[in-house]
Design a protein around this ligand. Structure first.
Ligand code: GLU
Length: 429
């Protein structure tokens, strides 16, 4: 997953916002409120390392907007995390919750660290340290964290435990993505990836393409990619390649098998970060191509499901003429420059904060279930998720058709107007 050092995700998020603020002719005060986070926290987390030394990690929480409800969004552990990445992701969370019309705002957290090289004990201290720093400023009624890149249900449980110890009471609604049986929701693990495919299924219906006749190339092999592939293949689609980060070589590779990848077989040779074992993959008949190769495959569907800044000016023209749909499982995978080219090519885009809203939608269901202390069956959760994602997709695609808008702009128009209206109704602007 090569990336350009000068890339600033927050500038990208602001550029996207400015474009829509102009379409909506927003007043200056509303633009100022929405173009920047309402508040943010930067702090240090000291950790006693297993080797006896003390290492200090940098943590963040950005609350972009809470006009529609408590801030909501994950906490990412990543060695290249920056406050501007967290700001961008927080802003995208605001639009994400608004597009699926759930009563939540947007926030994001991060810690600059690399879980590949941290023991569970060290990671536990980071989680507890993060909560110690933020305990007064997060909580079920003001800001609710969740998992993101390289964090999972175990991290959420440590964070919940620390929060409950500090506040001396049980607060299952403080965090989502908890383990099932500990306040978590069935279906939460699958939700983001499945949500991606619910929107893809609807887009293909609209375009008059049979999903069973399509092929896809996937970037990434983490939680989102794995479950998106599972459901897409269950519905009859064929994935011909996935790309995955190789921690030893410090680069990513594309694993291609033109007859179709076998998810189960690949999972057996994949670590918990989504890293696929090269030698084993070769034995199973996969070609090992460079990390960017996924983008140039002759497929109908491209599914970036890794990090931001992956479809850029320098590689957007490698996209095959055959590609009809790009469904963005990742947050911010396409830069504004590349987006223009994609729009000109006439490729149908399901923008990130719509396509990957399934995770937070299920987090919302988790909060509802936690509040009732009554948990639904998995089918019920996934059924409700499908209804929400399908409705959100059609609201966006109907507006796009009606006003002749690019899908990303239509999604932005819906979200930004909802949030701007909430700010106005509260008397903020
Ligand atoms: N981290 C996920 C996202 O980017 C989920 C956030 C949540 O569940 O709050 O959408």
């Amino acid at each position: 997953m090569s990336s350009n050092k000068a890339f600033n995700p927050f500038e990208m998020a602001q550029t996207q916002f400015d474009k829509v603020a102009a379409i909506l002719d927003l007043d200056d005060a509303t633009r100022q409120i929405l173009r920047n986070p309402l508040r943010e926290y930067h702090f240090s987390i000291p950790v006693r390392m297993d080797d006896g030394t003390t290492k200090v990690f940098r943590g963040f929480r950005v609350q972009h907007n809470d006009a529609r409800g408590p801030s909501k969004g994950g906490i990412r552990f990543h060695p290249q995390e920056t406050v501007d990445t967290v700001r961008a992701l927080a802003m995208w969370m605001t639009w994400k919750c608004a597009v699926v019309n759930i009563p939540l705002g947007g926030g994001k957290g991060g810690v600059i660290c690399d879980p590949h090289h941290l023991s569970m004990k060290e990671q536990e201290q980071i989680c507890r340290g993060w909560v110690r720093q933020m305990a007064k400023n997060v909580g079920p009624l003001n800001d609710v964290p969740a998992p993101d890149v390289m964090t999972n249900a175990q991290h959420m449980l440590w964070m919940l435990d620390e929060f409950e110890v500090i506040h001396g009471s049980k607060f299952p609604g403080f965090i989502t993505g908890k383990p099932v049986g500990m306040g978590g929701s069935l279906g939460r693990t699958e939700a983001t990836g499945y949500g991606v495919v619910f929107t893809l299924r609807e887009a293909l219906k609209d375009l008059g393409i049979r999903l069973q006749d399509t092929t896809a190339a996937v970037q990434g092999f983490g939680n989102v990619a794995q479950y998106a592939i599972e459901l897409y293949q269950q519905l009859g689609g064929k994935v011909i390649c996935v790309s995955s980060w190789d921690e030893n070589d410090h680069c990513s590779y594309t694993f291609r098998r033109k007859s179709g990848i076998d998810l189960r077989e690949l999972l057996k040779i994949t670590d918990k970060f989504g890293g696929i074992e090269k030698t084993e993959a070769k034995k199973l008949g996969y070609e090992i191509l460079d990390g960017d190769a996924w983008i140039e495959q002759e497929v109908d569907i491209l599914l970036p499901a890794a990090l931001e800044n992956q479809i850029r000016q320098d590689n957007v023209n490698k996209i095959s003429q055959k590609v009809k749909v790009i469904v963005e499982g990742a947050n911010g995978p396409t830069t504004p420059e590349a987006d223009k080219v994609i729009q000109e090519k006439g490729i149908f885009v399901i923008p990130d904060f719509l396509a990957n809203a399934g995770g937070v939608t299920c987090s919302y269901f988790e909060q509802v279930q936690s509040n009732m202390n009554y948990f639904w069956e998995k089918d019920e959760v996934l059924g409700k998720l499908d209804v929400k994602m399908t409705a959100a997709f059609h609201a966006v695609s109907d507006l796009a058709k009606k006003r002749n808008l690019y899908m990303r702009d239509a999604a932005y128009v819906i979200s930004v107007s909802r949030v701007a209206q909430a700010c106005k109704d509260r008397g903020w602007v």
